[in-house]
Each structure stands twice: as C-alpha cells, then as structure tokens.
Write a protein that binds this ligand. Structure first.
Ligand SMILES: CC(C)(COP(=O)(O)OP(=O)(O)OC[C@H]1O[C@@H](n2cnc3c(N)ncnc32)[C@H](O)[C@@H]1OP(=O)(O)O)[C@@H](O)C(=O)NCCC(=O)NCCS
Length: 169
C-alpha cells in the first residue's frame, strides 16, 4: 500500500490538466494495449484523445478524476451512470495508471475514489469492462471483489475483441 508519508491525491481534473492528460493517456494505453488492439486503431484512439478532447471533457462537468504523486498526474479515471442495460447503476468507464507507477497502490486508491464518487451520486452497484486479453486488469477487478457476468465483442478496425463485464452488487 502507499505509505502515509507519500504525497498522493485524487482530485477532479482542472482545465490546466488537459495539456498533461494526452501524454498520460498515450503512455498508459500503449502499455496496456500494444499487441492487443491493432496498432493502427490504437494510435488513432491516442490521436483523438488530444488536448481539445480533454478540455471538452473537463468543461462538461463529467471530466476525469486524476491521481497525483507529488503533484504529477500519474493516472486518471472516468465514471458515471452505467451504459447499456444493466442491473448495475454505476460504471467505471476508464481507469489507467501510467506504467512506471503501476503495482504501487495507485490503481486501488483511484478505484476507491471512483466508488466513493458513484456512491455520492446515489448510484448502486458497479460495472467495469475489461478486454478479455487484459489479464492484469481482470485480476485487479477480481481481487477487488468484481465478478464476470457478461462477455461482448467490440469492433476494432476489421477485427473484434472480446470484453468482459465485471460486476459488484
Ligand atoms: C489495472 C491497473 C488500473 C491497476 O492499478 P495498479 O496501480 O497497477 O494496481 P495497485 O498497485 O493499486 O494494485 C495492484 C496490486 O498491488 C498491490 N500493491 C499495492 N501497493 C503495493 C506496493 N507498494 N508494493 C507491491 N504491491 C503493492 C495491491 O495490493 C494490489 O494487490 P491485490 O490486487 O492483490 O490486492 C493498472 O495496472 C493499469 O492502469 N493497467 C493498465 C491499464 C488497464 O488495464 N486499465 C484497466 C482497463 S479496464
């Protein structure tokens, strides 16, 4: 776990963060999905998550939570009302920690902050989707008490990738 003396904070993203989030996004998505999502699609997704995209997301009021270590952004998460038809009301849409900072407790801290945010909005139950090939993410959610309840295929260019829904009652 993160030591009590470590300067780690979770806060809502501010407009100034829009300039920093593209690099955190690119680093963590390449780390998570190189060799899983075809390169062409992965680089396209990364290009679209530019500063303008993050500015818009932050202005919308549904912007991400960021986790900082000594004021540097080391990860982000987005969460809100569950998409699609589901008995779970809340969803974590994205939760990403930059590769250098993984395995140190940042993900757990951010996950708990998302749960608290969803609870504060009165959303009961939680769903998170992870690509079936993303074993690290699936282990992470399993160890936090999530259980797989559904599998879907998502198109990435010409191919389809399986994704697994993990649910918490
Ligand atoms: C999946 C992900 C969010 C997990 O975050 P993380 O910061 O790496 O995970 P944590 O360090 O919080 O927790 C991982 C484990 O390390 C343990 N841990 C925490 N602090 C630790 C420390 N100082 N030393 C060693 N282990 C530690 C945690 O207890 C946890 O163990 P457990 O799951 O058995 O309880 C992160 O690895 C990530 O961003 N991966 C790539 C992107 C991704 O797949 N995102 C999810 C998409 S659905």
């Amino acid at each position: 776990m993160l030591g009590w003396q470590t300067d780690v904070r979770v806060r809502l993203a501010r407009l100034a963060d829009a300039a920093l989030l593209p690099a955190v996004f690119a680093e963590s998505w390449r780390g998570a999905y190189s060799g899983i999502i075809p390169d062409l699609q992965l680089e396209g997704i990364i290009r679209r998550r530019n500063r303008a995209w993050w500015s818009e997301s932050i202005r919308s009021g549904e912007g991400p939570l960021v986790i900082t270590h000594e004021r540097r952004i080391v990860g982000y998460a987005t969460c809100g009302v569950a998409r699609g038809r589901s008995r779970h009301q809340g969803e974590i849409y994205e939760l990403y920690i930059a590769p250098t900072y993984q395995g140190l407790g940042f993900g757990e801290h951010l996950f708990e902050a998302c749960r608290a945010r969803l609870d504060a909005r009165g959303l009961r139950g939680l769903v998170v989707w992870a690509l079936a090939d993303n074993e690290a993410a699936q282990d992470f959610y399993w160890r936090r008490g999530g259980r797989p309840f559904k599998e879907l295929k998502e198109p990435f260019g010409a191919s389809y990738l399986a994704k697994v829904g993990y649910g918490w009652a």
